[in-house]
Design a protein around this ligand. Structure first.
Ligand code: SAH
Length: 266
């Protein structure tokens, strides 16, 4: 099913609007029922926020490159529901009082923003290296009326050395940014001792894990669990790699921008 987003006349515009309302009614059910399989319930305000997020994402995506996934039902599952699976790894799945989270390489806000919609009490930092994407993040944050969401533009390699962000987060999240051996250098420095890093991964996980073993230990982490996501909504293999932060990350990490990717710790 395809939606048309470029409209040339008023009647086409109205037809599009009707179409999108029909689609929303039809498919918000898919997100809702997927979420309930995770033990999560979404109320009408939250479902409305997801609808707004979808519409803004698609509209902005015509002007800047935010996502390759644009079809309605695909976004509901592959972006929104996929983000919510992170709750399977949270020690306090309901968010707790003021759990501090950072989403490293958030892009258009995935997985951070869907989690914030689900758990309004969390304190969230969305970090991305691209200033252009941040303009969307500021917009959507305000459009959704979300509080306690800070947008930071910068490279993780640099931001992780700033005192206000270093070892300050209970939970660090990341999806689609780098192979694990590189990724842990960009993420574990943000994590407080006792907190954890949750990486969302797809496909063959074993080689990636074994390549990251040394890096995880150097950076103060300890692999707790690799959790397979068992939801029929996903046709591919998806995992949460959960790494607990058990000791302080040595001051010299992360190394300079680009080095963690060029020379992963091994
Ligand atoms: N997490 C989103 C976006 C993935 S694309 C999703 O799953 O849809 C990867 C994003 O990471 C890009 O927006 C890119 O700008 C950002 N990124 C890559 N390396 C980074 C770094 N070192 N520091 C901060 N952001 C980074």
């Amino acid at each position: 099913m395809r939606l048309k987003f470029r409209t040339t006349s008023l009647s086409e515009g109205l037809a599009w609007l009707l179409d999108s309302f029909r689609m929303s009614a039809l498919f918000s059910g898919q997100l809702k029922s997927g979420a309930s399989k995770l033990g999560l319930s979404l109320d009408s305000r939250q479902l409305e926020q997801f609808q707004t997020y979808y519409r803004e994402l698609i509209s902005w995506n015509q002007r800047m490159n935010l996502t390759r996934i644009t079809e309605y039902e695909e976004v509901q599952i592959k972006h929104f529901l996929d983000s919510l699976t992170v709750t399977l790894a949270l020690k306090q799945p309901t968010g707790g009082n003021s759990l501090r989270l950072i989403d490293v390489g958030t892009g258009a806000g995935i997985p951070g923003l869907p989690l914030k919609i689900l758990l309004p009490d969390i304190r969230l930092v969305l970090l991305d290296a691209t200033a252009k994407k941040a303009t969307f993040l500021y917009h959507i944050r305000d459009r959704l009326g979300l509080e306690d969401v800070e947008v930071v533009v910068g490279r993780a390699e640099e931001v992780a050395h700033q005192t206000e962000y270093r070892e300050r987060f209970d939970v660090v999240l990341s999806r689609g940014v780098a192979p694990l051996a590189t990724l842990v250098e960009l993420t574990l420095p943000f994590c407080t001792i006792g907190g954890s890093f949750i990486a969302q991964k797809k496909g063959e996980i074993e080689p990636e894990l074994s390549q990251a073993t040394k890096a995880i230990s150097i950076l103060g982490g300890n692999l707790r669990e690799v959790k397979k996501i068992e939801l029929e909504e996903f046709t591919d293999e998806r995992y949460l790699v959960i790494i607990d932060k058990i000791t302080v990350t040595p001051e010299k990490y992360p190394r300079r921008p680009g080095i963690p990717a060029k020379r992963p710790l091994a």
